[in-house]
Design a protein around this ligand. Structure first.
Ligand SMILES: Nc1ncnc2c1ncn2[C@@H]1O[C@H](COP(=O)(O)OP(=O)(O)O)[C@@H](O)[C@H]1O
Ligand SMILES: [Mg+2]
Length: 359
């Protein structure tokens, strides 16, 4: 069963929201309803988030990401449509069950940390547990564990003002982890951080996810971040989800020009891996003399290797089995704008246009 399921989800701010939903569902354009004074923040969103998955929602500022994530935990109620968490319809929960949902099943990490300035790091990390009525000893112990997970042990008795931005966000993350919810909702959690720190936080989240396997909905306006973190990515534009797919789906097969425009700025070598670009092989014996590279190696590292090692490279899986091979043309194919071979069957004319603009 999906951890989260959204179905026909709409949120319209402004006048006569129900009527606006009806118009939109009957095909009215966004411009038409905006002209009536309505703000359709989320339009007909539908998706499932699987347990243990990092599901990224990516879109420009104002595209409806925060509105969407707030409907997942009931902070906002949909104008129309449904959100199911663990099989229950969030709209049907009473106030008490809703509070319970937010404290025991889903934690939220915000962009601006939301730390209490006059509480210590430990008290901040334990705060959600205090609200829930945990005894001091137990909540401190859980909070210490969470602070250790995010690399902040030793900082328990400092105050937020003594921390850097990255460390403050680690406290925010520790607070969410201390609550031991299966689901984490992260709304632009790293967007306020400097690029270098931001990278570190992404690495740390990936590392934590390997150990804890949470269900994570992660919102960002940065496609590079989306590509690094997302098992799947939902691309949002003006309230609508225009594409949901893996990083390879988005890179090689953007659903429209909006997505294609974002894809242009992505550093593919830091997104694609040896395993995602290799040519699969079944004949293992013939690979014996090749230099090996593990399937999860980023292409940037593969390129660095090719300075010193001759191609082809043999790609191995976690069990040391050869699963593919990387030749010079494999790398070239990986770097072109679209995977022509995959695309050609579906939309030959569009592929030609794309190639021309890059040639
Ligand atoms: N409480 C609100 N009242 C009216 N309009 C809102 C409200 N919250 C968000 N909006 C509008 O909904 C749209 C989507 O906003 P938001 O979900 O915050 O986008 P994002 O998080 O992608 O930047 C924007 O046009 C925003 O101005
Ligand atoms: Mg937002």
């Amino acid at each position: 069963m999906a951890a989260i399921r959204a179905e026909g989800l709409y949120k319209v701010f402004g006048r006569r929201p129900d009527d606006v939903v009806r118009q939109l569902s009957e095909g009215a354009s966004t411009d038409e309803v905006v002209a009536q004074g309505a703000t359709p923040a989320v339009i007909d969103a539908g998706f499932e988030v699987q347990p243990g998955e990092i599901f990224v929602v990516m879109g420009l500022s104002g595209s409806g990401k925060s509105t969407l994530i707030r409907m997942l935990n009931g902070l906002l109620s949909p104008t129309s449509g449904h959100v199911h968490v663990g099989g229950r319809d969030v709209a049907e929960l009473g106030p008490k069950s809703l509070r319970q949902l937010r404290s025991e099943e889903m934690s939220m990490v915000f962009q601006h940390f939301a730390l209490l300035p006059h509480r210590t790091v430990l008290e901040n990390a334990a705060y959600a547990l205090k609200i829930r009525g945990f005894e001091k000893q137990e909540r401190d112990s859980k909070a210490r564990d969470a602070l250790t997970l995010v690399g902040l042990s030793g900082w328990e008795h400092r105050y937020p003002s003594q921390l850097s931005g990255g460390m403050k966000q680690r406290v925010g993350l520790a607070r969410a982890l201390a609550a031991e919810t299966d689901i984490l909702l992260m709304d632009e959690a790293f967007s306020a951080l400097d690029p270098l720190i931001r990278r570190e936080m992404q690495d740390q989240l990936i590392d934590l996810q390997h150990r804890l396997t949470k269900t994570i909905v992660f919102i960002t306006h940065d496609l590079n971040e989306a590509m690094r973190l997302g098992d799947r990515i939902a691309m949002m534009r003006a309230g609508r989800i225009v594409q949901i797919g893996t990083r390879e789906d988005i890179l090689y097969d953007p659903a429209d020009d909006y997505v294609a425009e974002f894809v242009k700025d992505v550093d593919r070598t830091r997104v694609l891996t040896a395993g995602s670009v290799m040519e699969p092989v079944s004949d293992q014996a013939s690979q014996a003399e090749y230099t090996t590279v593990s399937a999860d190696t980023l292409l940037s590292d593969v390129f660095a290797m090719t300075d010193r090692r001759p191609l082809p490279l043999a790609v191995i899986d976690g069990d040391n089995r050869t699963v593919g091979v990387i030749r010079e043309h494999t790398l070239l194919h990986a770097m072109v704008a679209r995977d022509a071979a995959r695309k050609q069957d579906a939309e030959p004319t569009r592929v030609e246009g794309q190639e021309a603009s890059h040639g």
